[in-house]
Design a protein around this ligand. Structure first.
Ligand code: BT5
Length: 251
C-alpha cells in the first residue's frame, strides 16, 4: 500500500491498493482503526465488490474502483443527495471524455453510456442508533473503463467498448475527482436544487411509463420527477402520486 496526496485535492488522503475485497469495506475498516479526516481508497481490482442490497459489483482489473470517505458528521436526511452529487460529478467527468449527448442517469444510482450501465454508486454510512446525524459516509463508485460483465439484469458497457479507448485508470480518477470536488462544493454552497436540475436534464425516460420494484411492491407509472430528498416521483394510472425512496427501475 502506498500513500500520496494529489495537489488538486490536497484535503483528501489517497490510499492505493493493487487489490482489496471492497474499497467501501476498506474505508470503513480504516475509520474503525482510527484514520481521521476525508480520504479516498482506490483499488486496481476488487475481490468482493459490492452493489446495493448485497449484490455483487464485478470488479476485474482495468476499471476504476473508488471510495470517498467523508468524515464530517452529516445529517442523514442529506446523505441521499450526495449520491446524486456523485452521479452528476461522474456524468460531467464522462461527458468531457465521450460527449455529453451519450451520457444518461438512471434512478437512483446509475450512470449510463449509450443507454447501458457504465457506472454504479453505493453509499454506506454509520451512525449512533436513533441519531439523525451520520458519523461518517462512504461513497463508493465503480466506472467500467476496460471491462464490463455480460448477462447482467440491465445491459452493461465499458468506455472502451463504446470507443473511448485512450483513457486510463488514473486519468479517470483525476478527472472524476476534479468534478467531484467541484460539484460537492456547489452542493455545499448552493444546495441540492442545482444538482437536482443537472441530474434531471439527463435522466432517461422522464415523462414515460416505467416500472419500479420497491422492497415491498412493484409499481408502474409515469416518471414525473426527482424530489428534493432524492426520491422518485411516480404518477400511477389512477392519478395517485407515489414517492419512492428505494428500488429498482425497469423500462
Ligand atoms: C450499484 O449497485 O450499481 C453500485 C455499485 C458500486 C460499486 C462501487 S466500486 C467501489 C465501491 N466498492 C464497492 O464494493 N462498491 C463500490 P446496484 O444498483 O445494486 O447494481 C448491481 C448490479 O449491477 C448487479 O446485480 C449486476 O446486475 C450489475 N453489475 C455488476 N457488476 C457490474 C459492472 N461492473 N458493470 C455494470 N453492471 C454491473
Amino acid at each position: 500500500m502506498t500513500k500520496t496526496i494529489r495537489d488538486w485535492f490536497a484535503s483528501y488522503n489517497l490510499l492505493i491498493f493493487d487489490e482489496i475485497d471492497s474499497t467501501n469495506d476498506e474505508a470503513r475498516r480504516l475509520v474503525e482503526e482510527g484514520v481521521a479526516g476525508d480520504f479516498i481508497v482506490w483499488s486496481k481490482k476488487q475481490l468482493k465488490g459490492k452493489g446495493r442490497y448485497g449484490r455483487q459489483w464485478i470488479s476485474p482489473e482495468g476499471n476504476l474502483y473508488l471510495s470517498i470517505l467523508l468524515a464530517q458528521p452529516i445529517e442523514s436526511s442529506l446523505a441521499a443527495q450526495l449520491s446524486f452529487v456523485t452521479a452528476v460529478a461522474a456524468g460531467e467527468a464522462l461527458s468531457s471524455i465521450v460527449g455529453a449527448d451519450r451520457i444518461g442517469y438512471k434512478w437512483p444510482n446509475d450512470v449510463l453510456l449509450n443507454g447501458k450501465k457504465l457506472a454504479g454508486i453505493l453509499l454506506e454510512s454509520q451512525s449512533v442508533a436513533s441519531s439523525t446525524v451520520l458519523d461518517f459516509l462512504v461513497i463508493g463508485i465503480g466506472i467500467n473503463i476496460k471491462n464490463f460483465p455480460e448477462g447482467t439484469d440491465y445491459p452493461a458497457t465499458s468506455m472502451q467498448a463504446e470507443g473511448a479507448v485512450s483513457i486510463i485508470n488514473d486519468q479517470m480518477l483525476d478527472i472524476f475527482m476534479q468534478h467531484f470536488c467541484y460539484w460537492r462544493k456547489q452542493w455545499q454552497e448552493r444546495g441540492f436544487e442545482l444538482i437536482r436540475e443537472m441530474w434531471l436534464e439527463r435522466a432517461i425516460n422522464r415523462g414515460q411509463v416505467i416500472t419500479v420494484n420497491t422492497p415491498n411492491e412493484r409499481l408502474s407509472g409515469v416518471f414525473e420527477t426527482l424530489q428534493a430528498d432524492g426520491s422518485l416521483e411516480l404518477k400511477l394510472a389512477g392519478g395517485q402520486v407515489c414517492k419512492i425512496a428505494s428500488g429498482e427501475v425497469y423500462f
